[in-house]
Ligand binder design. Structure first.
Ligand code: PLP
Length: 368
């Protein structure tokens, strides 16, 4: 779809999962002051201590137990968080479980560590949650871990404490590492809040929380995130980071420090703006004949079921691009279970989403 974009200059892009907000100014100012103050040299491999302490303080509060800088490594975004977590724990030939559909980078990263990706299907009728029976069937003697992502891209679902409890016994009995991708933690809607998988007492020592400032603080281009986990796993990651990246720029870390320690008002403002945009988009989708979707509880995306149109998701997505001027992502990009769906993203402005919905509605009406 990206390759087709230059051919459609007037398109409404409901494809990119990237915040359209600017990074809050106090964060930018912290980076500028840091550069001007001479922070232009190498830094400690695992991240500057003040930032690791700020992450540790956040999680001490969130998890209600003591987290220290030994539990924390600063990394280059959620993408590096997952890569490092896999590199540190998974051996060639091991199996790693993912849901189908899921964020497609997981497939490539599992392949990069020469492990085997084992998918568990998740169904709309179950709110896209994992059925413990399916998890049981997917576990073998080679299973090293499972990647879980809540709030979820592309599905828009969140995890409740009870839901994670329904999986905890299988995770614990099989000593699975949980790679918990929580990059959308600040974006939950309605009554749903964020439940970090590291809050679960039974599996907490096996959970690696992978988080990023990309979505929460509109900092996608800054490339900064962190991993929180048990010190015995973190220690090997510190060693790995030395050969992978050596260290992250200090001024980027100072900006992240300003984000974590500073006012969280902008985070709230952005989340409530996204919720309004999500409702606008979902109301629009649900009013169109042949479209069905679950109202997202979190994240930036909604999966719309378009199976009534009897077209592949790629064909349908292309049809909407060519005839309605609206860009979406075919569900098949997220795994075979994504077939029959297209993904909309509401990280675009309210006005653009409104325009997108109007275009879609009039095209769908003309098509009937
Ligand atoms: N995990 C999920 C589920 C995502 O959707 C994304 C980005 O879209 C990432 C991780 C990567 O985020 P980052 O920008 O921090 O690398």
């Amino acid at each position: 779809m990206f390759d087709l974009l230059p051919e459609y200059p007037d398109v409404v892009n409901l494809c990119n999962g990237e915040p359209d907000f600017s990074t809050p100014s106090h964060i930018c100012e912290a980076a500028i002051a840091s550069i001007q103050g001479g922070d232009t040299r190498y830094s400690p491999t695992s991240g500057i201590l003040e930032l690791r302490q700020a992450v540790a303080d956040k999680y001490t509060q969130q998890l209600k137990r003591r987290i220290t800088p030994d539990n924390v490594m600063i990394v280059c975004g959620g993408t590096e968080a997952l890569m490092m977590s896999l590199l540190a724990t998974v051996n060639p030939g091991d199996e790693v479980i993912v849901t189908d559909p899921c964020y497609p980078n997981y497939f490539a990263q599992i392949e990069l560590v020469k492990a085997k990706c084992v998918s568990i299907p998740v169904y709309e009728k179950n709110n896209f949650q994992i059925d413990p029976e399916d998890l049981k069937k997917a576990i073998s003697s080679r299973t090293k871990g499972i990647i879980l992502n809540y709030p979820n891209n592309p599905l828009g679902v969140t995890a409740s404490e009870e839901y994670i409890q329904s999986l905890e016994q299988l995770i614990d009995d099989n000593n699975l590492i949980v790679f918990s991708d929580e990059v959308y933690e600040s974006l939950t809607y309605g009554k749903s809040g964020h439940y970090s998988l590291a809050q679960n007492d039974r599996i907490k020592d096996n959970v690696l929380v992978m988080n990023s400032l990309s979505k929460t603080y509109a900092m996608t281009g800054w490339r900064i995130g962190y991993i929180v986990g048990h010190p015995k796993i973190m220690k090997s990651m510190f060693r790995l980071q030395e050969s992978v990246l050596s260290c992250l720029p200090v001024f980027i870390q100072k900006a992240a420090l300003a984000a974590l320690r500073g006012s969280q008002d902008k985070v709230q403002e952005m989340a409530s703006a996204y919720e309004k945009r999500m409702n606008l988009l979902v109301d629009g989708i649900q009013s169109m004949p042949g479209f069905k979707c679950i109202r997202p509880m979190g994240g930036l995306c909604v999966m719309a079921n378009i199976s009534a149109y009897n077209k592949s998701s790629e064909e349908f997505s292309r049809e909407l691009l060519e005839n309605a001027g609206v860009m979406t992502v075919p569900g098949s990009a997220f795994g075979p279970m994504g077939e029959g769906y297209i993904r909309f993203c509401f990280a675009n402005s309210f006005e653009n989403i409104q325009k997108g919905v109007e275009r879609l509605s009039s095209y769908i009406a003309s098509r009937q």
